[in-house]
Design a protein around this ligand. Structure first.
Ligand code: ARG
Length: 470
């Protein structure tokens, strides 16, 4: 193991306490930013050369040295064994070992404060693109599933009590809308990630004539940070990304919860694939929805990270403070968790089957058409509140007689209200109930068909966008 090169120490008389050195070091965690750190250093070296702080020969040696570090680190895990304090010290140490004292010039006018902010931004930018790709894949599978069962009607629930009939694709499209908002939130977050802090120094800006804009554009940033204090202490983008991921996790968790319920033998609307289920070590009959339970169970850790980053920032004095080093585990774990969870949900949905008999059976109970009956009475001229009361009485009568709404005879209906004419039985069908809800946002067959088409078009558009960006 190489003893590490220190980036500071001139004003210190005593050696660092070894326990504190361990506590202070972040390389174990932030080595994940190696690629980004090298990317930033390559751009900075080029800018220093353009500003004539480095000679062309020095800049070239630095460039070649950095590229060698990148290559070695990919090939040789032992190369990453180091006592370096953090990823920035590691790169400088290895650069020194590779090219000698010219390595010391790379840090001219530069601070780790801007470096770490840059690395995090580059990391977030990539993480956003990968998360968006995973969201597109999930959306695609949702829509494929909707297409496969385009005509299936299920009971819709509020309070987990049967409410009104809805198309199964309408249910899936609800999640499509949520995931689309998640996608948009990430695009929006990327705008604020995409600001370069390079050239801001430790806090006050730089005194070397480097071209900040050129350096930023070279790294693919659309803007440069306009205030050096803000640039080194801004972690809003980390909090925003974790928030966006939190909402995605909440959506995934709710979907998982639905599917767990629908897969119980009490509901039995869906059949989970064996490929994403597990058995019990004791009870031979069991097939447990572990994939979905873990999707639901992974959500709280991301919500925890959100609370951690917000609490981390809330009491910090302006500009850089070492507390900020703690943002990385939260971010990395968030990014990994959301990615993993999106992938698993996509696999679960790809293999889901419906139990059509059970679904058809369950449409028969639960008075799903009671609202349609009230609407019928409104058409006959009754005020809605009154109609609601009359239908309530009809339902009560049916409950007491242990009958379904559609099984009541005309005489029985008329005994509650003589507005309930012979044509009422035509209204009391699932198809009529669906067809009546044809406004935008409703569950009529025509409307849902149009929404599916629209979703397919949108997904194709997102895909084109993703290809362009990569
Ligand atoms: N490892 C540090 C972090 O992650 C890098 C910045 C350190 N800057 C400093 N002045 N100590 O935040």
């Amino acid at each position: 193991m190489v003893t590490s090169l220190k980036l500071w120490g001139g004003r210190f008389k005593k050696e660092i306490d070894p326990e504190f050195a361990r506590f202070n070091a972040s390389f174990r965690v932030d080595q994940r930013l190696l690629r980004e750190d090298i990317e930033g250093s390559l751009a900075y070296a080029e800018a220093l050369a353009a500003a004539k702080v480095l000679t062309p020969a020095e800049a070239e040696r630095i460039r070649a040295g950095l590229l060698r570090i990148r290559e070695r680190s990919l090939k040789d895990p032992a190369f990453l064994e180091s006592n370096a304090e953090d990823v920035h010290s590691f790169v400088e140490e290895r650069l020194f070992q590779s090219i000698g004292r010219a390595a010391f010039k790379l840090h001219t006018g530069r601070s780790r404060n801007e470096q770490v902010s840059l690395d995090m931004r580059l990391f977030c930018r990539r993480a956003i693109l990968t998360a968006q790709e995973a969201l597109i894949n999930l959306a695609e599978v949702l829509i494929e599933l909707a297409r496969k069962h385009e005509s299936v009607v299920i009971p819709g629930y509020t309070h987990l009590q049967k409410a009104q009939p809805i198309l199964f694709p309408h249910y899936l499209l609800a999640y499509y809308e949520m995931f689309k908002r998640d996608f948009d939130r990430l695009t929006d977050c990327a705008r604020r990630v995409n600001v370069s802090p390079l050239g801001c120094g430790a806090i006050a800006g730089t005194s070397y004539p480097i071209d900040r804009r050129r350096m930023a554009h070279g790294l693919g940033f659309s803007h440069v940070a306009l205030n050096s204090l803000d640039a080194v202490s801004d972690r809003d983008f980390v909090a925003e990304l974790i928030f966006a991921a939190s909402l995605t996790m909440v959506h995934l968790s709710r979907l998982a919860e639905d599917l767990i319920i629908y897969s119980t033998s009490e509901f039995a609307y869906i059949i989970l694939s064996d490929a994403v289920s597990t058995g019990s070590s004791l009870m031979p009959q069991k097939k447990n929805p572990d994939s979905l339970e873990l999707i639901r169970g992974k959500c709280p850790r991301v919500l925890g990270h959100l609370l951690a980053i917000l609490t981390l920032l809330k009491g910090l004095p302006t500009s850089y403070n070492k507390d900020m080093q703690e943002d990385k585990e939260a971010l990395f774990n968030t990014v990994d968790t959301v990615q993993d969870t999106l992938t698993i949900m996509t696999i679960v949905l790809r293999h889901i089957d419906l139990n059509l008999e059970r679904i058809a059976e369950s449409l028969k109970g639960g008075y799903l058409l009671a609202t349609d009956l009230a609407d019928y009475l409104v058409k006959k001229g009754l005020e809605f509140r009154k109609a609601h009361e009359v239908v309530g009485q009809v339902v009560l009568y049916a409950v007491e007689k242990n009958k379904r709404l559609e099984d009541l005879t005309h005489d029985e209906l008329r005994s509650v209200s003589n507005l309930l004419g012979a044509d009422v039985l035509q209204v009391l069908t699932i198809e009529a109930s669906l067809a009546a809800r044809h406004l935008v946002g409703g569950t009529s067959r025509k409307r849902v068909k149009a929404m599916l088409k629209r979703a397919e078009k949108e997904i194709a558009g997102f895909k084109r966008l993703a290809i362009k960006k990569s």
